[in-house]
Each structure stands twice: as C-alpha cells, then as structure tokens.
Design a protein around this ligand. Structure first.
Ligand code: HEM
Length: 415
C-alpha cells in the first residue's frame, strides 16, 4: 500500500522500515515525488528535513561551509543527541572525521589520506586477495550451506582493516566487539542492549587499548596506518588521546559493516537476479560495473546529516539556520531523474552516478579500498561458484544508519 507523505517521512526515523526494502522504497518514492524536502517530526527524535532527491543531496554536500556536520552528523534519538552534547561539553565525545568541519576536518583527513591512495591500495591488494581466497575456501569448508552474513561476510572486511592498520590477526576479537557491539546498528539482535553507561565503559576500555597501540607505534614506528595516526603532527603537536582513538574508531567502524553489507547484499542480488549472475559469469570484464551496481543496490550507509549554518533554500524550500537535514542515500540511488529504470539490478549499468559514498569534502575516504575488497571477493568467488540459491528467508538489519543483510542462508556449490 502506498504510504501518505506523513507516513513516508516517519519511516526515515524508523529502524524497522530499513529492514523491509519494499516498505522503505515505497516511502522514499513517495517523498521524492511529492515532498522531496520534507519536515519530519518523529516521536523521540528532534525534528529534521528529509532530503530525498539526488540533485538536492549533491547540492547540500557540495556547500560544506553552509551545511555543517557539527553538531548533528547522523540521526540519533533526542536522548542520544543530548548525551552526545553533554559528552562534547565534558570533552569525552568522539571526534571523528564525520563529526567535524573545516578547518579541522581538512587537517585530520590529510593524516590518513595517503593510506587510501592508489599506491597504498596496490601495496595492500595482494593481502586483500589472499583474504578473499581464504573466505571462499571457508565456504568450501562449510560444506555447501551457510549463513553467508554471519559466517563469511562479517569477517573478511575486518581482517582487511586489521591489515590496513597494521594490527595482528589476534586483535580480531576485540575489533569485532568494537564495530559490532559498540558502534554497530541499532538492531536489538545485534546490539546486546548496551545502556549509555555501559557504552561509555566499553568506550573507555577501547581508548586504553588504542593508547597502548599509540605508545607502541610512537616508540617503534612501522609502515602502516596505525603508525601514521600515532605519529601525526598538527601544528607541531601530536594528536591528543581522544583524537587518536577517534581516528582508529572511524577507520574500524566505517570500513566494516559497510563493506560486509555490500558483499552480502551483492550476493543476494545475484541470487535473486540469476540472469545477471549468468551475465557476469560469461563476461568477467563486467566486474567493475557489477561492483558499482552492488554498491548502489545495497547502499549500506542509509544517511548522514547536515545542519544549516544560515537561512537558505534547498529544492525551493526555505531552511532556517540551525535546522538539520537528513541526506537519504538509498533514495538518491533510486532517483528516477538520474538512473534509467532505477529498480532494475544491472551488472553492466553505465553510467552509475550513485551517492553511496557521499559527495564533496566528506566523500568516503575508503571508497577505493571498499571497491577493491568487493571486487577481489567476487573475482575469487564467481569462477568457483557452480551453483547458489537461497536456503531460507533472508533478513535485513533494522537500523537507520549502516546496514544490509543480517542473515542470508544459502546453499551452494563452490569448487
Ligand atoms: C565516510 C560510505 C567503506 C572509511 C563515508 C560516507 C559514506 C560512506 C556515505 C560519508 C560521506 C559524506 O558525508 O559525503 C561507505 C560505503 C562503503 C564504505 C558505502 C562500502 C561499500 C569504507 C571503508 C573505509 C571507509 C572500507 C576505510 C577503511 C570512511 C571514512 C569516512 C567515510 C574515514 C569519513 C570521511 C570524512 O568525513 O572525511 N563512507 N564507506 N569507508 N568512510 Fe566510507
């Protein structure tokens, strides 16, 4: 059933709406068509403008001095927004790249940027391919049936992150806890019900762990991203403990669920569109466009927000200083004005100007790495995948932030 504009707006603040692709996209389609810049007053949330058209989202992201990431970079409940505000006042809030604006943002982003450039990507690629192979081998060991999300997709990107940071594989368990339990989705199945107080305790525990890494890298610098963070200088001074820990946190969290959701959601799309799987098998040269299409199709990051620094207009709607705008990436990526037949999964789609990595100065720092990871995995899997089908009902994560499949039971033949 087609929702009203009001109902559609409320869906954007409802984690369960994101677990149901049809419901979500019915709502987003209504908003794009009838109210592309729409004021949402959802119970439990401070109000915000929902921005659903590709062109309006790009215009906002392009103007990063008018539309700021601070103080409300992503959708949280009013209670959580208030806790974050208090933590900022006490100086114990995370300050990652997505929480800050220029001029600090430019300086902090430059610290990690070299580690995502083509030269660094080429150096990391053999390791990424080795890990991709390890996880396709794992599928063989699992004997032809598995939950692809929990047994494969969740693990591979986190090992890539450990390699990028230069941390040992033995730190895997701790990193998994960090990314899944602390910063993972709002899905109650995955969060294990941490209260704000418990969260701060876990956070402090991680800060202690990151402090150890920082001290070790300062004493003995190595050739990895952790060392670049630990030994960075801003105006001649090292980063303080909070900024250092925040940097590790953004790399670990931004690079985990995003990529694992894309791989799992990409495989699901191939299973549900067997003609596209056959096409990719027959023509492996389609892999780059196929990867791009999987990223558009899944759009694992559901939103970021901006706050207007002055009165302005977006898509002809008047926005007042201090009001927040939610950028709906899944909506931008099904915008009929930009994509031919946007609800068709097409491994050869070209052009494919999706906004899954955002746009402008905050454009995903790890985009090249994410593309390489997804590509390495499917280049390893597809030639060895003789058959694949669903072995049960897939389920998506209920979250307003980062998500994709939560369970993907499959039956397969991999050689
Ligand atoms: C920022 C998406 C993988 C690191 C972002 C943003 C999006 C995004 C939408 C915000 C952009 C904006 O505000 O305009 C994705 C998707 C991924 C992915 C869809 C996988 C398919 C990764 C990986 C890493 C990473 C693998 C690193 C290991 C970052 C960082 C930022 C960021 C550090 C903050 C950039 C800034 O604020 O300057 N990502 N990401 N991401 N991403 Fe990714």
């Amino acid at each position: 059933m087609t929702p009203s504009v009001e109902e559609a707006g409320l869906a954007l603040a409802d984690p369960t709406a994101y677990a149901d692709d049809d419901r979500l996209h019915a709502a987003l389609t209504v908003l794009r068509r009838h109210a592309p810049v729409h004021w949402v007053e959802a119970p439990g949330y401070d109000p915000f403008w929902a921005v659903t058209r590709h062109a309006d989202i790009m215009a906002i992201e392009r103007d990063h001095t008018l539309f700021l990431n601070e103080p409300r970079p992503l959708l949280a409940t009013s209670e959580q927004d208030e806790i974050n505000r208090r933590r900022r006042e006490q100086g114990i809030a995370l300050r990652t790249l997505v929480h800050i604006d220029d001029p600090d943002h430019r300086v902090l982003r430059a610290i990690g940027a070299d580690w995502f450039r083509p030269r660094a990507m080429r150096a990391l690629e053999p390791r990424v391919r080795e890990l991709a192979r390890r996880y396709v081998d794992r599928m063989v060991e699992l004997g032809g049936e598995c939950d692809f999300v929990q047994q494969v997709a969740v693990h591979y990107p986190l090992y890539v992150i450990l390699s990028l940071l230069g941390l040992p594989e033995s730190d895997y368990g701790r990193m998994l806890k960090l990314t899944r339990e602390l910063f993972g989705s709002s899905d109650t199945d995955l969060r294990r019900g941490a209260t704000p107080e418990e969260t701060i305790e876990v956070l402090l525990d991680f800060f202690a762990y990151f402090k150890e890494i920082t001290e070790a890298r300062r004493a003995h610098p190595t050739d990895d991203l952790a060392s670049a963070i630990a030994n960075a200088r801003v105006d001649g001074e090292p980063l303080n403990d909070f900024d250092t820990a925040s940097y590790y946190v953004i790399i670990a969290t931004a690079g985990h669920d995003t990529t694992s959701s894309t791989i799992a959601g990409g495989l699901r799309a191939l299973i549900e569109h067997p003609d596209q799987l056959d096409r990719l098998r027959a023509d492996p040269g389609l892999m780059p466009t196929a990867v791009e299409e999987m990223i558009r199709w899944v759009t694992p990051v559901k939103e970021f927000m901006r706050t207007a620094a002055a009165d302005c207009e977006v898509g002809g709607v008047r926005i007042r200083e201090g009001e927040a705008l939610l950028l709906s990436y899944p909506s931008a990526n099904r915008d009929e004005a930009v994509f031919d037949d946007p609800f068709r999964f097409d491994v050869g789609r070209d052009p494919n100007k999706h906004l899954a990595f955002g746009f402008g100065v905050h454009y995903c720092l790890g985009a090249a790495l994410a593309r390489m990871e997804v590509r390495a995995f499917f280049e390893e899997l597809i030639p060895r995948l003789k058959a694949v089908e669903l072995a049960g009902e897939p389920e998506n994560v209920a979250t307003t932030f980062v998500g994709g499949p939560k369970r993907l039971p499959i039956r397969y033949e991999v050689t």
